[in-house]
Design a protein around this ligand. Structure first.
Ligand SMILES: Cc1cc2nc3c(=O)[nH]c(=O)nc-3n(C[C@H](O)[C@H](O)[C@H](O)COP(=O)(O)O)c2cc1C
Length: 321
């Protein structure tokens, strides 16, 4: 835990996952101000728009924050990396592609580089490329997922065993028990996506937040398997349409047209559940409140500590009998 706290200059081992196109400065700053690492999800946004969000975030927090560049999703990876350097953004998270070409470029300017991986093979590649921190994301997670479908519980220890880098666990974590469990598996911290949507500061439509509160874990379904582009979303009328389209043999280009950022904005920001999809992970089954980010992190830290102490006392008792 010490390594990520020192590298990222944060006080709580909790990172906001990039949420392409839809997360804003208020949420990123709230996470950083609460001691975690806020992240601006660049998605397919034009660098001019991202620049504005970076400036707004800097107005709202003096704490470190990150930008997430989803390499395979954006046409502007290089421009976004240059933007991070220009505005001295301390951390860049690279996902959905090969981080290799970006690592030296960013690190030479003092930027800490994280890479999202979903297998030991990719973790080793990222380590060879020189990244500083790995985010290992399991199949429980919301949003675009790896076709490899490895779950967090098995992925984390496998990666921890094969690399020497600090590992952050992502996918399925939403409370102190998840945080404690991730630490037990060998991670040094956690990255949250779904749980942060149902917070006061999150700029998402109330219908989205309420859908998360109502949902059971099994309502976080996978779409896109038939076309090799897996995405975990919450069941809503638009998700039903996507499933029907797959049943009818939709092609990858047409599936991509049905799952652009515009449809995500319609669902997530405008709350139009019959016109847009909403990303949601299996952890939605654990969400029942809409706290502030500060309240959420406080309760997660408290619960994790309690959990770790209780288990270790019970363990002592058990082995001494
Ligand atoms: C609304 C939403 C949008 C997301 N967009 C991105 C993205 O643009 N880039 C990325 O690397 N991950 C993205 N993710 C994944 C998160 O960064 C995070 O790793 C994941 O949500 C963690 O799993 P959880 O949802 O179970 O907490 C997104 C997740 C959500 C909920």
């Amino acid at each position: 835990m010490k390594r990520i706290i020192e590298l990222l200059k944060i006080s709580r081992p909790i990172i906001q996952g990039g949420m392409g196109n839809i997360s804003n400065a208020a949420l990123a700053a709230a996470v950083s101000n609460a001691g975690g690492l806020g992240t601006i999800g660049c998605g397919t946004l034009h660098p001019d728009v991202v620049e504005q969000i970076i400036l707004e975030t800097k107005n709202l927090t003096e704490k470190p924050f990150a930008i997430n560049i989803a390499i395979g999703v954006t046409d502007y990876s290089k421009e976004l990396a240059r933007l991070a350097i220009k505005h001295e953004v301390p951390v860049v998270t690279l996902s959905a592609g090969n981080p290799g070409p970006f690592v030296p470029f960013l690190q030479e300017q003092g930027i800490t580089v994280m890479a999202v991986v979903a297998s030991v093979k990719h973790a080793k590649k990222a380590e060879q490329a020189g990244v500083d921190i790995l985010v290992a994301e399991g199949y429980e997670a919301a949003g675009i997922n790896s076709n490899l479908e490895l779950t967090t519980f098995t992925l984390i220890p496998q990666i921890v065993d094969h690399v020497d880098l600090p590992v952050v666990a992502a996918g399925g974590i939403g409370d102190g028990r998840g945080l404690a469990a991730a630490l037990m598996l060998g991670a040094e911290g956690v990255q949250l996506g779904t749980r942060l949507i149902a917070t006061k500061e999150a700029p998402f439509h109330d219908t989205y937040k309420q859908a998360l509160i109502r949902a059971q874990g099994e309502e976080a379904i996978i779409v896109g398997r038939s076309v090799g582009r897996i995405r975990r979303i919450l069941r809503n009328p638009y998700a039903e349409e996507l499933m029907l389209a797959e049943k009818n043999g939709i092609s990858l280009p047409d599936f991509n047209l049905m799952t652009t950022e515009s449809q995500h904005i319609l669902g997530a920001i405008q709350g139009e559940m019959d016109k847009g999809f909403i990303n949601g992970g299996q952890v939605s089954g654990l969400i029942s409140t809409v706290p502030s980010v500060k309240e959420l992190f406080g309760s997660m830290m408290e619960e994790a500590e309690k959990q770790i102490k209780t288990v270790s006392c019970e363990w002592e008792e058990m082995v001494s009998e």
